[in-house]
Ligand binder design. Structure first.
Ligand SMILES: *Cc1c(COP(=O)(O)O)cnc(C)c1O
Length: 454
């Protein structure tokens, strides 16, 4: 996270703290904690300033990191026709999506809501791909009307539904079949998607039959093959192994006359949260070029985490400290409703003091205000004893952070901020209590009953 660095409080003494930005060389430079007299900046803005002015909890994204990651990924595939469709489920704020679309990026959407956001952010419909096992007729219609690049089809029944809607609208639906190459992505089981036992796609063995069936439908046109084998991959071999199978299928399809124009490689490239050493985009490119180059297809990529993950952090305020016979707890104002990854995947997120102190070190659980034992951001974490009112930055939170947040415990969702150089912009205001109940209604009969029974 080259744009999240400790600097002297006067703005000097630039000290890089390491937590590398996924798309760069994974080297730790400097210390992972700042020292007293410094403070944590996002680009040119002290996080403490944003926390004071916008309040906490707040998500902060670096425009510079977002765009650098996009460019690093894009340049890795120089010389091969390709489209980078940012996986919006990682971070669907329209300002973030706009930052990518302005660089020529497209979008990988998995719902009508994400499609709506992509269009709002100015993504060209011809650069939108649409995956997901449960597309509804209404969502299919919206995507056909927009004129997206292609649907990534997950089942035969879905294919028939799309054919039906396209027929009704008098258009052709461009489709790729999502194949499930049965390759172990070696990642957390909840984010592994390319195994036979997963709900996604159709098996390579079935694929040929499915393609024949698709081609026979009147309102569907086969244009590609899609795969996505999982998320937070830290090795290259699952990509190569699965793409070899997919490339082989593409060759067979082409020899039978199918117009396969796109190979959609999916997303999944991992990032460094702690000490993972994920491949760089350039290394991925070097490994898969030979597998795909001679197919003469346009490659579609759907990176999410690798573009956004290390471009953002969640800033939270320490409320209270408490110690039991067993443990120390730091209670902060962000909870599992704001960042669920630790709870859901036992994910590790580095936590930094926004304004470092030389307080003694201890080990503590960093927990939120939610009434659940599973509400934690870190367990048994070595850290300096923070003071109430102090700000902590939960790092690597730019992907699957805000997008997975909820209003659980009736907590308004956090604000989102984008930093550009010395300035920052609120790209989503903090929700308020009225937002919580907007759309809810008390039916008249309840009011009447209450009046009668009173
Ligand atoms: C989640 C998802 C992605 C993005 O995965 P990352 O690991 O964030 O890169 C891409 N494609 C599909 C179909 C997905 O479901």
């Amino acid at each position: 996270m080259d744009d999240f660095i400790y600097r002297g409080r006067a703005g000097e003494g630039l000290e890089n703290t390491g937590n590398d930005a996924g798309a760069r060389q994974p080297v730790v430079r400097g210390r992972s904690t700042g020292s007293a007299g410094e403070e944590l900046f996002c680009e040119g803005v002290p996080l403490s300033r944003i926390a004071r002015e916008v309040g906490t909890p707040v998500y902060v994204y670096s425009y510079n990191t977002l765009t650098r990651h996009f460019k690093v990924f894009d340049e890795a595939f120089d010389g091969i026709p390709h489209v980078i469709c940012f996986a919006m489920k990682a971070n669907s704020n329209i300002a973030v999506v706009k930052a990518f679309s302005a660089l020529g990026g497209g979008a990988d959407v998995v719902s009508g809501g994400e499609l709506f956001r992509a269009l709002k952010a100015g993504v060209e419909p011809s650069k939108i791909v649409y995956a997901g096992v449960g597309k509804t007729e209404r969502e299919i219609e919206a995507a056909l009307t927009a004129g997206i690049l292609m649907f990534n089809i997950e089942s035969q029944e879905e294919l028939l539904a799309i054919d039906g809607v396209a027929g009704r609208l008098g258009v052709k639906a461009l489709i790729a079949l999502r194949v499930n190459p049965d390759v172990d992505a070696k990642t957390h089981p909840y984010i592994s998607t390319g195994l036979k036992k997963n709900k996604f796609g159709v098996s390579i063995e079935q694929a040929m039959d499915e393609y024949e069936r698709a081609e026979a439908l009147p309102n569907v046109k086969v244009v590609g093959i899609h795969q996505h084998i999982g998320s937070q991959l830290t090795e290259i071999s699952p990509f190569v192994d699965s793409l070899k199978k997919t490339a082989e299928l593409a060759r067979r399809l082409k020899s039978k006359g199918f117009g396969i124009k796109y190979i959609d490689v999916g997303g999944g490239l991992g990032i460094r949260y702690l000490n993972e050493k994920p491949p760089l985009p350039s290394e991925l490119a070097r490994a898969i070029r030979p597998v795909l180059e001679d197919l003469g297809c346009t490659l579609v990529f759907e990176p999410g985490r690798v573009l956004a993950g290390n471009a953002g952090c969640l800033v939270t305020k320490v409320l209270y400290r408490k110690s039991t016979a067993e443990k120390n707890f730091i209670i902060v104002d962000a909870g599992m409703n704001d960042l669920v990854r630790p709870t859901l995947y036992q994910a590790y997120h580095e936590i930094k003091q926004v304004v470092p102190t030389d307080a003694p070190e201890f080990s503590a659980d960093v927990v939120g205000p939610i009434c659940e034992t599973g509400d934690f951001l870190a367990k048994d974490r070595a850290m300096r004893v923070p003071q109430p009112g102090e700000f902590l930055a939960v790092m690597s939170a730019g992907a699957y952070g805000f997008t997975m947040s909820s209003n659980y415990n009736s907590r308004p969702r956090a604000a989102e901020v984008m930093v550009d150089g010395d300035g920052y912009y609120i790209i989503r205001r903090r929700e308020d209590y009225e937002d919580l109940v907007s759309g809810e209604e008390i039916p008249e009969f309840l009011e009447e009953k209450a009046a009668r029974d009173a």
